[in-house]
Design a protein around this ligand. Sequence first.
Ligand code: TXA
Ligand code: MG
Length: 509
Amino acid sequence: MNTLILTANPADVRRAGGIIASGGLVAFPTETVYGLGANALDPEAVAKVYKAKGRPSDNPMIVHIAFPDGISELTENVTRDMMKLMTAFWPGPLTMVVPRKPIVPDVTTGGLDTVGVRLPESETARLLIAASGCPIAAPSANLSGKPSPTRAEDVIADMDGRIDAIIAGSPARCGIESTVVDMTGEIPVILRPGVITREMLSEVLGKPVEVDPAVAGNVARADTGASSDADASGKAGTGLKDAAVPRAPGMKYKHYAPDAEMKVFAGDPRAVRAAMEKERIELEQAGRRVRTLIYDDAGKAAANFYTDLRCCDAEGVDVILAAALVTEGVGFSVMDRMVRSCGGNIVRVGDADPAENKAYNNGGKKMIAALAADHAGYELKNAVKEHLRERGYKIVDLGTNGPESVDYPAYGKACGEAVASGKADLGVVCCGSGIGISIAANKVKGVRCALCTSEEMGKLCKEHNNANMIALGGRLTDKDLALRIVDAWLDAEFMGGKHQRRIDQLDEI
Ligand code: TXA
Ligand code: MG
């Protein structure tokens, strides 16, 4: 097939719209990565996309629209939460998974009863959708398994001769694919992280947003602070096969992989650099071409990561050595891609000695603290967060993040569930008095949440009750006292003996 290479001029883009309208395939720029588009409502056209990409057909496609109203064609009921996210983030790199209307064919959604909808920021993309007169189903325009394309030349390399046309526009601004958030349940769940982060979504919605545990677990392997299933001698962690099954079908494949062998180094940044340098020298002495990737800014890492992988392949690099980023904000999303790109080939170096740091007392694994609060407790929660970070804890902040009034039960429950499920080792919840949110947390089986108003209570709830959560009152307990309570609780030791018998009885209730 002869592939037309078009520009992003309006006349060319309208021509491309005509190609899509008549059932053809066009690759086009977006702010995240280039997409490979077809009429989302035409099953034959969509089937051709799977073929051109060499992609498994159980992997659903994102449907792109040009105007917010377009979502009503695809789903029955636009909820208030959906409206809030659309207002805050569209046009932009956010995909919402919503129940689909029958008009959306099975082949577009991989047979699911939901559909992913996105309104891209890229003007070229929106002009194309408008010109085609239909919603456009578009996966990333790479051959399946290759890094997503961020530049026109990447698309040409993968797709020339396989599709009708390529709009050769500017490089993608974000550099990683859109955030995919499942909006079908009460608590939104991030199925694929992107430059719109959990914190940003949670702030706009005024409630907690979760991350698919399979994704969180995958990223945790390369956490720069936590230890993983690799031992201290620096042996590589186990591969992707051990992870839970992700809820976005596309996230289960080994993805985004360069041709080169790739290894990610995680741990103390200085030790990481030293280990990478040592390995580079050894490999080069053995005659191999090596490239090291070290990013000092998560946004830049997102923008450049796929491009860097493709450049390495173009230059015939044999081995890529990459330094893990801190897994927070956009860094979390970049690490999701990095861990997949290396197929789980992660080496841990220079983790702190457990005896040296009180936070590293869970069998040598860095402790994770979950935090949640309502509007009356959020300031105190932020103070506790800062304090726990200083003590070396990794934080899972479940919101809320502002003074806007919210109901405490969902926050207490979310924090309790994080602790009970083992996602976090301990939890702190705050509301006005601490009472309501502690009751909510204690409804989760396995939680022992103690409402504390003095240091003595902080100490006792550990010694006698082995409390795995505490609750604090933002309107009753001042910040200094609250932090002393937290310390008293963390530093005390559970006494066991008869107390163990009693908490066994508690856990049976
Ligand atoms: O930034 C992007 O989203 C790019 C550009 C072109 O817009 N598109 C993109 O599409 O990355 P793709 O097909 O490469 O990735 C779509 C991801 C896959 O992981 C897929 O499993 C998930 O979104 N997804 C799509 N629809 C879904 C649904 N209904 N339920 C669950 N996951 C879904
Ligand atoms: Mg893709």
